[in-house]
Design a protein around this ligand. Structure first.
Ligand code: SAH
Length: 196
């Protein structure tokens, strides 16, 4: 069976076309940033930790992908398919991304093998989801990988499930994909699609 992250990628790959504007809301080690870039999309990737930007830059460089650290005051919009690494919380994404958004992905929780005190939080995650849903195009999708085994994780999981479950059915399709018989806390994937 597909793992949750593979399923998330599959659902995004299904709709992303060259030059679409997409958001990696939690850059981490840049795995999703690279995946989105290789689909030919214009990627905005966010993280609050400099280590994440450095790790992602290295990953992209190693893969031969041109990228740039995005400066908010950079007035010219990039014209080529591009990757913008933004050292900022995803809750501020509308300050950086002005165009309609085709897709976004979240990997909630903490960056594996690093400081577990830097974790995504319910209120900022919901602010980002609110901004994303406002900018999402019809047919656009958001994939949220909810890791919740850490302290505070359950609260964020509950908040995200409550918020996404209350999106009006006439405009939004909201689905989840998660194993039901595992003893640990495997991630839950929530998928949102704007239907009209
Ligand atoms: N749990 C996942 C990885 C999550 S990485 C796994 O196991 O694969 C989550 C990333 O989100 C971290 O790099 C962290 O620095 C980042 N992050 C935390 N708060 C954020 C925020 N407000 N905006 C953007 N990124 C944030």
């Amino acid at each position: 069976m597909l793992k949750q992250l593979e399923m998330a990628h599959w659902m995004l790959k299904d709709i992303i076309k060259t030059n679409d504007v997409v958001v990696d809301s939690t850059m981490g080690n840049g795995y999703d940033t690279q995946f989105l870039t290789e689909l030919g999309a214009n990627v905005y990737a966010f993280d609050v930790q400099e280590e994440a930007l450095n790790a992602t830059e290295k990953r992209l460089d190693d893969a031969g992908i041109k990228n740039q650290i995005f400066e908010k005051n950079l007035s010219k919009l990039l014209t080529e398919p591009s990757v913008n690494l933004v050292l900022s919380g995803h809750e501020k994404l509308s300050e950086y991304v002005k165009e309609p958004i085709k897709a976004a992905i979240f990997n909630l929780g903490y960056l594996p093998k690093t400081d577990k005190s830097v974790v995504t939080k319910a209120d900022t995650t919901l602010t980002a989801l609110d901004a994303l849903t406002n900018q999402l195009v019809v047919g656009g999708r958001i994939a949220i990988m909810i890791y919740y085994g850490h302290e505070g994780g359950m609260e964020e999981k509950n908040a995200v499930i409550k918020w996404t479950s209350s999106l009006p059915q006439k405009d939004w399709e909201v689905t989840s994909y998660a194993p039901l018989n595992q003893i640990h806390t495997p991630p839950i994937l929530v998928l949102i699609e704007k239907r009209k």
